[in-house]
Ligand binder design. Structure first.
Ligand code: MTE
Ligand code: MO
Length: 388
């Protein structure tokens, strides 16, 4: 693969892999604003970034449709209503590194910032599929398969990156799936899919295909490696010797689960009362974050955090993230260690979110461990030292 035409990137990124480029902002940077500035938005690529010329670009729509289409970017801007949504994207590999707390997992390591919150503008996927006279779901049109223009994913022997969502999600007026040409009010950047990408809110980032080349309406899921082999939660007994027999019987991931993490302060910080902790919470399927609990004793007792900046989508869906804050003014004093004239208290802080379906996060990583390290959302206790 040729990586000589990669775009220039922000020097502040934590780089998890250089080629293909995979990077996340520092946790502190991540939550500085409700909308993540484009230059700090995490990047998850599987191959070199394709160099696309808008003048020769056409989106193709084929498969189970009455009228296959070829659309230029101008066609897309002129023929379809422009809609804007605020939505977070989250990689199913977010917090993967922490999944190895129990047993080593394989994949690009990610900290807690393999997600970001963006404002996306483009046309509805639904409108494009209607124009193509896509067959109804009852006539076998079950999946919208997306193919990117990026080839050379080492996992998939030079095939373009691809994945699919259900036609039910694609056609749902409240599903808010869009073909985006703008991010945060500007033309998409190359790293984020210029000139056109899918934004499928509420489901794992892997389905929001960048540098969109073609949409095929099909009776089957995408045949891509990233739909059929990867981005699945295998049970904890599945290992690299027997995984092949589980590929077909394990469903591909779609909706995100519930997630939260503490971003500020950094683990092992020395804290002086009073202090505040800050983090993010998200859920899948547009479910609202109803509350975030914070514990100062490793999950024995809990209190409510203050929620900030949550935003509702066009329908009654919450695609954006929720940021939270919890201020600690005093601490129980039964664990003091007095050194000189200072008293230090070791504290283990953890958070857990709850959504509108009463989902919350597991306490033990062991219960959700899987060999690819996907969908890690365990409520991990982080160690700090406080001084009174
Ligand atoms: N689309 C293409 N064409 N190629 C890719 O490698 N990566 C996917 C998805 N779309 C990918 C893609 C994954 S796994 C994620 S998490 C998101 O894009 C990341 O989007 P971002 O880089 O804009 O943050
Ligand atoms: Mo991802």
């Amino acid at each position: 693969a040729d990586f000589s035409l990669e775009p220039t990137r922000n020097k502040e990124f934590i780089i998890n892999a250089k080629e293909p480029f995979n990077a996340e902002p520092t946790p502190e940077r991540l939550i500085q604003s409700f909308v993540t500035p484009t230059e700090h938005f995490y990047v998850r690529n599987h191959a070199p970034v394709p160099l696309v010329q808008e003048s020769s670009y056409f989106l193709k729509i084929d498969g189970l449709v009455g009228k296959p289409l070829l659309l230029s970017i101008d066609d897309i801007k002129q023929q379809f209503e422009k809609v804007t949504i605020t939505a977070h994207l989250q990689c199913a590999g977010n917090r993967r590194t922490m999944m190895s707390d129990y047993k080593k997992v394989k994949g690009v390591g990610w900290g807690i910032a393999s997600l970001s919150n963006g404002v996306w503008a483009g046309c509805r996927l639904r409108d494009v599929l209607e124009k193509a006279n896509a067959f109804p779901v009852g006539n076998g049109a079950k999946h919208a398969c997306f193919w990117g223009l990026d080839v050379g994913c080492p996992e998939d022997e030079g095939k373009p990156y691809g994945s699919s969502i259900t036609m039910e999600k694609a056609m749902d007026i409240n599903g808010d799936v869009i073909l985006a040409y703008e991010m945060n009010g500007e033309t998409l950047t190359r790293d984020h899919g210029y000139p056109l990408r899918v934004i499928a809110p509420g489901i794992i980032g892997a389905r929001s295909v960048k540098w969109l080349d073609k949409i095929t309406v099909s009776s089957e899921e995408s045949t891509s490696f990233f739909q059929r082999r990867d981005y699945k939660i295998f049970h904890s007994g599945v290992d690299w010797n027997n995984v092949e027999q589980y590929w077909d019987k394990t469903p591909s991931l779609q909706e995100l689960s519930i997630q939260s993490a503490i971003c500020i302060p950094a683990p092992n910080s020395h804290l002086f009362l009073p202090f505040s902790i800050y983090g993010y919470a998200t859920s899948g399927g547009g479910r609202k974050i109803e509350r975030v609990d914070v514990s100062l004793d490793g999950g024995e007792t809990w209190d409510y955090a203050e929620l900030m900046g949550e935003e509702k989508g066009n329908s009654n869906k919450y695609w954006g993230w929720t940021l939270f804050r919890y201020t600690i003014k005093s601490l129980a004093t039964n664990h003091h260690h007095t050194t000189g004239n200072k008293s230090s208290i070791p504290i283990r802080i953890c958070c857990r979110a709850w959504d509108s379906a009463s989902n919350t996060q597991p306490k033990d990583v062991k219960d959700i461990w899987n060999l690819r390290g996907v969908m890690n959302n365990y409520s991990k206790s982080i160690q700090f030292t406080s001084y009174v």
